[in-house]
Design a protein around this ligand. Structure first.
Ligand SMILES: Cc1cc2nc3c(=O)[nH]c(=O)nc-3n(C[C@H](O)[C@H](O)[C@H](O)COP(=O)(O)O)c2cc1C
Length: 226
C-alpha cells in the first residue's frame, strides 16, 4: 500500500515541469475548484491556512497581462518580499544551469540580450495562460506564513498535474504589486508573494521542452546518527 502510494506520487511529480507557453482554452471552473479544494489539505503552522488566492478567468487574465507588460516595460520592479540579489555557490551554478536549460530550449543565445529581454517579458504576458492565481498572505503573520504558503504551493502544483493541468509558479509578477493590488482588490494587509500560471501547455512550443535536473538528496540532506 505505502509502496504504491509513493510510486503514484513520484509518477505525478515526474510528470510535472514548469510550462511557459499555454494554449488559450480556459480550464472549467469546477476543475480549478477541485484543485484548490485538494490543496486545502496542506498543513500550516497552527493550521492558520494563510494562503490567499485571487485567480483570474478570461477576460480578466488578458487585462491583467496587458497591465503587467506595461508596468514591466516602464516601471521599476518593487517586490514586497525582496528578490535575492546574489546567489552564492552552489545556488549560482543551479541558477545558471536553469537559465541555460530554458534559453537553450527556446533557442535564445546567451549573448542575445534582446532575445532574453523578450523571454523575460513573456512572464508578464503570463505565458498566454488563461488563468493566473495571485497568491498573498497576511503580512502581520511574518515569514513563517511564507513557509506555509510554500507548502501549499507544492500541493497546488501536484494537484494540478494530477488533474492534467499545467502550471508555472511565477515570482516575477510579484515585482509589480500595485498592478495586482488595484485590479484584484488585494488588501494592503496582504503581502503579494507569487503568481501561478494555470492552463494547458502548448506541447509543441520549444520553451515547454525545458527540463531541469536535481541533485541527489544526499547534497541537501545529511543524517546525523552520532
Ligand atoms: C516560488 C517560485 C517562483 C518562480 N518564479 C518563476 C518566474 O518568475 N518565472 C519563471 O519562468 N519561472 C519561475 N519559477 C519556476 C522555476 O524556474 C522552476 O520551478 C525551476 O526552474 C525548476 O524547474 P521545473 O519547475 O520545470 O521542475 C518559479 C518557481 C517557484 C517555486
Amino acid at each position: 500500500m505505502t509502496t504504491d502510494m509513493i510510486a503514484d506520487l513520484e509518477r505525478v511529480w515526474a510528470e510535472r515541469s514548469s510550462k511557459r507557453v499555454f494554449r488559450r482554452d480556459p480550464v472549467p471552473r469546477e476543475t480549478l475548484v477541485r484543485m484548490f479544494e485538494a490543496a486545502q489539505k496542506a498543513p500550516s503552522w497552527c493550521n492558520v491556512q494563510p494562503w490567499r488566492v485571487a485567480i483570474t478567468e478570461p477576460p480578466v487574465t488578458d487585462e491583467l497581462a496587458t497591465q503587467l507588460q506595461a508596468a514591466a516595460r516602464s516601471g521599476f520592479p518593487q517586490p514586497e518580499v525582496p528578490f535575492p540579489i546574489e546567489y552564492p555557490s552552489p545556488y549560482k551554478e543551479h541558477r545558471i544551469a536553469c537559465g541555460a536549460a530554458l534559453y537553450g530550449a527556446m533557442g535564445v543565445a546567451r549573448e542575445d540580450k534582446a532575445g532574453r529581454y523578450d523571454a523575460w517579458l513573456r512572464n508578464y504576458a503570463l505565458f498566454d495562460a488563461p488563468h493566473v492565481a495571485i497568491v498573498s498572505c497576511d503580512r502581520r503573520l511574518g515569514p513563517y506564513a511564507y513557509v506555509d504558503v510554500g507548502v501549499w504551493l507544492g500541493y497546488v502544483l501536484t494537484a494540478a498535474t494530477a488533474l492534467g493541468l499545467d502550471t508555472c509558479a511565477m515570482a516575477s509578477v510579484a515585482a509589480y504589486p500595485s498592478v495586482l493590488r488595484a485590479r484584484l482588490a488585494i488588501a494592503e494587509t496582504e503581502v503579494i508573494l507569487f503568481g501561478v500560471a494555470i492552463g494547458h501547455a502548448d506541447e509543441e512550443a520549444p520553451a515547454n521542452r525545458c527540463r531541469t535536473t536535481r541533485d541527489a538528496a544526499g547534497k541537501n540532506v545529511s543524517f546525523v546518527a552520532t
